[in-house]
Design a protein around this ligand. Sequence first.
Ligand code: URA
Length: 242
Amino acid sequence: MERLDKLICSQSDITRTQAGRIIRAGRVLVNGQACRRPETKVDPEQDSLTVDGKPLTYRRFVYWMLNKPAGILCVSRDPNRRTVVDLLPPAEKHRQLFPAGRLDRDTVGLVILTNDGAYAHRLLAPRSGIRKRYLVRLDGPVLPAHVQAFAAGVELADGTKCLPAELKIIEDTSTALAEVEIAEGKYHQIKRMFGTIGLGVEQLKRCRIGALELDPALKEGECRPLKPSEIDLSLQNGVLFL
Ligand code: URA
């Protein structure tokens, strides 16, 4: 069972406050009866809901944006250690959510959790070419030659060839801050790519998937549902670095 206002805002682009207003105005019918109490508990699978006479079709699939902190495993479950799924609200636990794409334990930033396998596949399949952008603190300076090497596609130590990647210097210091954008997700890819140019990754944060940015209002460890428009954004490729 879910609160009516929470359910309506999770199924549309409106905020919880707006949902409350719509409900109190009598614009929401639950099983044909106007329900003016936002806190009413409804069963999204059983109860029929309309907003302004239009049926609200319940989406079985859910999508959450998480700002992953360091030290948390990016897997669905682990017998001993905390995982990204443990950071979701308890009410979501029954939905069998999993992270759409992995980050290392020490990597922070944007993770999408969902129970929609087809969506996760689209997001991750190399054929989709959805780009992921990372902010990287390095243990040395980034040189123009490194930018060119990434643009040409680096070859990892084991001979794996990477697709061309965009590398942009944000702070040109002896421990440079850079942004890097890749369209694939090989194991430890960013760390291994910098390894090929002799640089160690001190801190790594994923800040964007497709055209979807990590919400700056989310503190590390916090999560919130994605709006339908944001789900679409995650599947679009954003503008490349200038
Ligand atoms: N590349 C890495 O090396 N680590 C991550 O967590 C993500 C991309």
